[in-house]
Design a protein around this ligand. Structure first.
Ligand code: ADP
Ligand code: MG
Length: 256
């Protein structure tokens, strides 16, 4: 692994009205180019906080984050983020939403249009360019968010529970589509989820977080061949292992 992304001693404490909240402490994490890494944890253990910091949208309170050896100082051209609630602009068509990140980076109009078309086709949205977000299903809106993130040809896609609000069938379909895109584009993916099955289906490695303050409690390689079968013995064994690691207190771990 080449250490494309390096987090060293990363911590984050938020200063709220009712005092300080230590969201993360002592995060050490390396991810290689092209790796698919899932960040798995119960809600409140700092997954979104870590992703926002890697996206350059929040600043660590302690430690450093480097991408390709360069310490982060704000959003990097190497990464693109996909939000859980799609984060599309409701007053813009699909086409204009997908062009937005390129426009923000000064890509010329004609190139913007062509690249948007390419990524709309890749995400199965060719016929929907002139629609507005409210005219689309939840799954299609997430596809638009993914298309928009891909247009700047990022080295890493940062995804925060992107399929969390979708029905099981749509979610399964988008997981498969995401893997196809990942294999085609060879981008690194950091994917936040609280679903064990989603993590085992998608990831090369699963980083397990424990809460209060958020810390990494385990890193589990998923060495199952792809495409993965959730009913296979290997899949079930890894799901069980992750379930134990995610909530050890629910599994008869010795006290004290
Ligand atoms: P997760 O994504 O794993 O659910 P978060 O990173 O959203 O966890 O939150 C981790 C902790 O930090 C929680 O206790 C949350 O309330 C707190 N937190 C997150 N964002 C903020 C913020 N902007 N201000 C204050 N506290 C925050
Ligand atoms: Mg979150």
């Amino acid at each position: 692994m080449d250490g494309f992304l390096e987090c060293r001693g990363v911590g984050k404490t938020y200063q709220g009205k009712s005092g300080a909240v230590e969201a993360l402490r002592g995060i050490d994490l390396s991810c290689g180019t092209g790796e698919f890494v899932c960040l798995l944890g119960l809600s409140g253990c700092g997954k979104s906080t870590l992703l926002q910091m890697i996206a350059g949208l929040e600043t660590p309170s302690t430690g450093t984050i480097a991408i390709n050896g360069t310490p982060l100082a704000g959003p990097s051209a190497e990464t693109s983020i996909v939000f859980q609630d799609h984060g599309l602009f409701p007053w813009m068509t699909v086409q204009r939403n997908v062009e937005f990140n390129m426009k923000a980076r000064g890509v010329a109009t004609a190139e913007r249009r062509d690249r948007a078309r390419e990524f709309l086709a890749m995400t199965g949205l060719s016929g929907f360019a002139e629609r507005y977000p409210h005219e689309l299903s939840g799954g299609m809106r997430q596809r638009v968010g993914i298309a928009r993130a891909l247009t700047t040809q990022p080295k890493a896609l940062l995804m925060d529970e992107p399929f969390g609000a979708l029905d099981a069938q749509t979610r399964g379909r988008l997981q498969e589509e995401l893997l196809q895109i990942w294999e085609g584009q060879r981008t690194t993916v950091l994917f936040v989820t609280h679903s064990i099955d989603e993590a085992v289906f998608l990831a090369d490695r699963v980083v397990v977080f424990s809460p209060r303050p958020g810390r990494i409690s385990a890193i589990v390689p998923i060495d199952l061949p792809r495409p993965r079968d959730p009913e296979s013995p290997g899949f079930i064994a890894l799901s069980k292992e992750l379930r134990r690691k995610l909530a050890p207190d629910l599994h008869g771990a010795p006290l004290g």
